[in-house]
Structure formats: C-alpha cells, structure tokens
Design a protein around this ligand. Sequence first.
Ligand code: ATP
Length: 417
Amino acid sequence: MKDSVNRENVKTRAADTVRSARDSATGKLFRRFKSKSVEADRSFDGSALINVCGVNHFFGTGDARKQVLYDNNLQVQPGEIVIMTGQSGSGKTTLLTLIGTIRRIQEGQIHILGQPLRDARTAEINSIRKRLGFIFQAHNLFGSLTALQNVRMALELQPDRLPRSEQNRLCEEMLVAVGLGERIHYKPRSLSGGQKQRVAVARGLVHRPEILLADEPTAALDKDSVRQVVELFQKEARERGTAIVIVTHDNRILDVADRIVKMDFGNIAQDTNLDEAALLGKMLHRCDLFSLVSVSTLTTIARKMKREEHAPGDRIVTYGDVGDRFYLIREGEVVVRRPPLPSDPASRSSKEFTEVARLTEGDFFGETALLTGDTRNAHVDAVTDTVTYSLDAATFNEVKAGQKSLEEEVRSSVFSE
Ligand SMILES: Nc1ncnc2c1ncn2[C@@H]1O[C@H](COP(=O)(O)OP(=O)(O)OP(=O)(O)O)[C@@H](O)[C@H]1O
C-alpha cells in the first residue's frame, strides 16, 4: 500500500520533531507527556492531584435556584499548570472555589490530593486546605499587618509550625522572589495595587502548597512583575511538582500553561494539552499531505484528533472496510498487509496477506480510502504498543478542500502505484 506519501522523509523529519520535543521535556521532573491526550481524558485518574468528576452546582433556592455548573470533569497532574479561561459568568470562579474546598460540593465528586471532598468532615477539609495555596482577586490582606506578617499568616496555619526566625526567613525569601524585597515591612496602605497583589502571591506560595489556585493573579501587575510571578509559578511546578490552576483573562501569561481549559456556560468546553497539540500540529505539518496548511491551523486540527491506544496484534484498519478515518502514529509501530493482487499469477492462489510496509512514529495511513471513496486496501495491525491519533473523514476533507494541490498529489501518487 502506498498509503503514505514520501514516507521515509516524513518518518525522519517527524521523528526528529518528536525527539526534540521529548528532550525539551526531560528537565520537567513532573511532566508526563507519553500518556497525555490532546483533549484530556474525562475519567477519574488516580495520579492526579485534582480530580473533578461530574460536578454540577446551583445557587439560590426554590424558584430562584439556578444551575451554574454542568457536568464538569477535570484532572490536574503534579507539576501541571492549567489556565482556565472563558467568558465572564461561565463558572470559572465557582469551580475554583469548589476545588479549593471553599464551597461544599452539591453534585458529583472532587478528589483533592487523593481525598474525596463531598461528605468529608470539617476537620478533614481543614487539613486538606492547609496543603493548598490560594491567590484570590480580593487580596484579603490584613491592613494592620506588614507585608511580611501577612505572608507569615500562611505559615502560622501549618500543623508543624516552624520557629519564628525560620518563618521570617522563608517569608523574606518569598517577598524577594516576587520583587518586594524593599517593601517587606510596609503595610498594605503604603503599597500599590500591584504590590499588594504580589504580597498575596507570596502568601499563596510561602508554605509550599501541593496545589496552588489563583484567580487573576497578574491582573494588576506591570510587565516585569508578571514575568517574575510567572517564573515563580513555573519554578514551583517544575521543582516541587505543585499543580497550579490559574483563572485568568490575562493573555500575557498564556505561555506558562501546559493546558488551557475553556469554560462555556458552566461547562468545560475545551481542555487542551498544549505541548501535545503543538507537537501533533508539527507532525501533521511534516506530512506532505498537510504541508500547505499553517502550523497554527494544524494545531487546531490536532485538537480534534482522537487518541487511541492499541496493543500488539490489534487491528487498526481492516481490509475491505469503508474508510472513515485518517491516522497518524504518535508512538509505536504498525504493519501494513495486503492481499495478493488479482493480476499477480504467482500469488493468485495464495490467501495469505503479505507485508508491504512497517510504519512508525510520525508516519500516517488511511488517507487513500478517504480520498478515493474506495474501501480499505490493506489490513493495518499494531506490532508494538501503539498510540494513534485519528481524524474523522469530514474534518480531513475540510482540510483537504483548503489545499487545492493535495487531492491531485495523492491521486497521482495512488495512480502511479
Ligand atoms: N454567590 C452567588 N450567588 C448567586 N449566583 C452566583 C454567586 N456566585 C456566582 N454566581 C453566578 O454564577 C455564575 C458563574 O459565576 P462565576 O463567578 O463562577 O463566573 P466566572 O466565570 O468566574 O466569571 P468572572 O470571569 O466574571 O469572574 C454567574 O451567573 C454568577 O452570576
């Protein structure tokens, strides 16, 4: 089957892309690229620090009762930074406060640090809360306390309280990290809005929480302070495995995100793993089939691709079936087998399918049937544990329609076989 165009070139270039993406990930101690999908899996995940399953929420009672969250599912792994965005009123803060144990769960379940919140006792909620860090829009600083004393409040609430001198050292260190080394003894009334916000950031992080929840943490900050805060978040995530969820409209901090979750009318409408989407976009771009489509469009298309895992021996494509998907190999190896050609007298009697190709990471298959309307012309079976991303025929054809030369190219490639 010549179901792939310029396979060797594609293989080499795509494999390079994958390698470089992996290399850049190796420094990220807590990142887990291999098992992530572009669109997050909606099921419970035991390794996640935050597990939101089927959460609904209502405000008001009687006739005034109004549903504001609908069937929300979200998992956040150690070391992941998730940006939550969406229109005003879409439910971001409500979901964040449910995750932060500030509101009681009404329907569904949230596990935080492995513990279920619904029906948890107050003492259990309090002990979970001490392991979280909060940076909320209203800074909630105590006016009579200095910046350092405000930050120290977070340490004083900890079960294993450190000696005062050690607390002060940690607070100073954190205030320096947010660029307030010169202001540690100032009270809130002597600080600007941005400086107060940075005190709140220091307070949210000083006790080294396992999960940090932040609502618009950079809204009042200038460009340099935004960078300082963002770098601090990244350091905590990478070095300590802190899971960070940031509700924000601030597009200056999008680069910090591993994932962007978009809420729409009370529901997580999109949950995109950016590294994986960008990587798949690049892999697609390196397929000659899609070389005329911009990387940004391909990254968007990549989000629509369906991730599937196949065990060795699993059949991915069956000879004679109607072709309804195009496949890209993310990991693993497949073998392509064809029946004997009717015109080949030597093999006419043989019922055996013969191997015609082995495809690996970055290779693709399944496009011929979509382009010609013919049935599948080969079996494709997984040889090793294999991960594929596939695109449905409608999206494939939409993309194809956008590039005039594509169909011609593939038709001539099929014709010349
Ligand atoms: N305490 C409350 N009582 C009643 N309704 C509420 C309450 N808090 C929020 N809501 C409503 O719930 C919906 C979701 O609000 P929420 O604050 O979670 O949205 P959001 O996406 O965070 O908005 P924003 O970006 O403006 O902060 C809105 O319709 C809001 O009016």
